[in-house]
Design a protein around this ligand. Structure first.
Ligand code: XMP
Length: 528
């Protein structure tokens, strides 16, 4: 809990907006945000999130002292979700106990006692007959607090949704998770709470958000401050770069590092988009020879990632030193742009500590301290789909806003075995054929990520009259909303056939193409 207190203090600093806002107190991390902070932050409603603990256990997380007094005196509506519901029940004198059977997966919810018929009800406009929700809980409410009533139930759980006393502050609790995609009407429920029950304004518009970010960046950088940033051409770095450029013009210096493991014509394409069309001062550093030399003989995927990550920092640092020398006298280079998104913020402050490292993802970690740079993170309040809307609102073209993610270490983690110029070139051609055929078939936007992997195995083939003994590649196409889980994509056979024919005919050294039909988990999206 002491760790949670520290995190709560750190997060408290973020609740400083002038907008009316709904505070989400997360029992995985910052449930302890001080009541004084909430009071001064225009909070008009609170969501108490789920969490892995049991409310009755010693040491389990709870809201800060004075929280419920504040809720009562200011009449702040509260929605408790799962653990949040149990916290509410526990506080108001009901009973929460471990249930004999853990409930996990889909359930159907039915309204109790006519709830949901009028605007202002939590279940307004949610049809009773197909209200599929996602459950994940071991504990359950066995006795309601005085004055509370059930407003919805499942076959398994009579208190699936509850409401506080009618004449009191609006208090609601739900045992299921409205925030996951499997809960069919979760978004309607959240909207009912936020808009009708809390009175949240509905004028959130991406253009205003962009203007606000631009203002904030200008203020932060001051009149003579310069910002540097690494740009890969992915949606986050492109949107970040455009925002920074609109905010401070040429005082934003973008660096694109060619690590030798980029896709076909990638650097040129990104340069064309950002430098030529957006007018951003994007500097291409071709360090491909240095990277390939460092990767010589390296086969272990984690060593590949670390080698690329470390060298990337060196190259970036050299560039930053160059920029520092070039800025006008009296100007300062104090800031680094980072494309941190809200899920990264959540992940890095988990109550249970960071989740186990399955793959060490490449970022510019360590760089800000090393170079004593402060961070500018304009996207840290946004989810990926919001970054995309922001990109469109800023006028970026469809292709860069909806580009599939591409990992920092690039082709190096798509070449099983040693990475060298020859293997990179081979993979580049095969990958480009696959992606162009996928685009031509009009299915690029239906797939979350598509790419080719070069395998270190050779197989026998026949071409013309001759026997060949050449490499095998795998085509990997997946669908996923968060990249934490993924399903392989059901591709039509004509497109598969075209990709396979073209790769085998056009890429020297490849005589076989396989389609990867593994889901994540247990496989991962990348092969390394
Ligand atoms: P996995 O393979 O872990 O991939 O299922 C999940 C998502 O993360 C991307 N990925 C990386 N991105 N550096 C990155 O910037 C990396 O080292 C890295 N490894 C995987 C992967 O492309 C997928 O989108």
């Amino acid at each position: 809990v002491s760790e949670a207190v520290k995190q709560a203090r750190a997060l408290a600093g973020q609740l400083t907006s002038d907008r009316k806002q709904i505070a989400i107190l997360d029992f995985g991390s910052h449930c302890l945000v001080d009541v004084e902070v909430l009071k001064s932050a225009h909070v008009i409603g609170v969501v108490l999130s789920g969490g892995p603990a049991s409310v009755y256990d010693e040491g389990s997380p709870h809201v800060a002292d004075g929280f419920w007094d504040w809720v009562e005196s200011e009449k702040i509506p509260v929605l408790g979700v799962c653990y949040g519901l149990q916290e509410m029940v526990n506080h108001y004198g009901g009973k929460v106990e471990a249930s004999a059977k853990r409930e996990y997966g889909k359930s159907i919810v039915h309204r109790t006692g006519g709830h949901g018929e009028k605007r202002g009800d939590l279940f307004f406009e949610i049809p009773d007959e197909d209200d599929v929700v996602w459950m994940s809980h071991g504990d359950k409410v066995t006795e309601l607090p005085p004055g509370f009533k059930s407003i919805a139930h499942t076959d398994n759980c009579p208190e699936t949704a509850i409401a506080g006393p009618e004449d009191g502050v609006p208090l609601y609790g739900i045992q299921f998770h409205p925030e996951v995609t499997h809960t069919k009407h979760g978004a309607t429920l959240i909207k009912n709470f936020a808009v009708d029950i809390c009175g949240a304004p509905t004028d959130w518009d991406m253009k205003d958000i962009a203007e606000e970010f631009i203002r904030e960046v200008r203020e932060k950088a001051g009149p003579d401050g310069h910002v540097i940033g690494a740009v890969s051409g992915g949606v986050d770095s492109s949107v970040g770069a455009v925002l920074l450029h609109r905010a401070i013009g040429d005082r934003f210096h973008a660096i694109l590092v060619d690590n030798g493991c980029l896709r076909l014509n990638e650097a040129e394409r990104v340069l064309d988009r950002l430098r030529n069309r957006e007018g951003i001062d994007l500097h291409l550093v071709d360090a491909s020879d240095r990277f390939l030399a460092a990767l010589k003989g390296v086969e272990d995927p984690e060593v590949k990632r670390k080698t690329i990550g470390a060298l990337f920092i060196d190259v970036f640092q050299e560039e930053a030193e160059r920029i520092k020398k070039e800025v006008p006298e009296g100007h300062t280079v104090d800031f680094l742009l980072q494309g941190t998104l809200y899920p990264d913020v959540i992940e890095s402050i988990s109550y249970k500590g960071p989740s186990a490292t399955i793959k060490s993802h490449h970022n510019v970690g360590g760089l800000p301290e090393k170079m004593s740079l402060k961070l500018i993170e304009p996207l840290r309040e946004l989810f990926k789909d919001e970054v995309r809307s922001l990109g469109l609102a800023l006028g970026l073209e469809h292709e860069s806003v909806f580009r599939h993610p591409f990992p920092g270490p690039g082709l190096a983690i798509r070449i099983l075995g040693e990475v060298n110029k020859e293997s990179c070139d081979k993979l580049r051609l095969a990958d480009d054929i696959a992606i162009s055929e996928i685009r031509k078939a009009g299915i690029y936007d239906d797939i979350a990520q598509a790419f080719v992997v070069l395998l270190p195995v050779k197989s026998v083939g026949v071409m013309g009259d001759g026997r060949t003994y050449e490499n095998v590649v795998a085509l990997r196409c997946v669908n996923s909303s968060d990249f934490m889980t993924a399903n392989w994509y059901f591709m039509d056979h004509e497109t598969l056939a075209r990709i396979s024919n073209r790769i085998i005919n056009e890429v020297p050294g490849i005589n076989r193409v396989c389609y990867d039909i593994s889901s994540k988990p247990p496989a991962t999206i990348e092969w390394l």
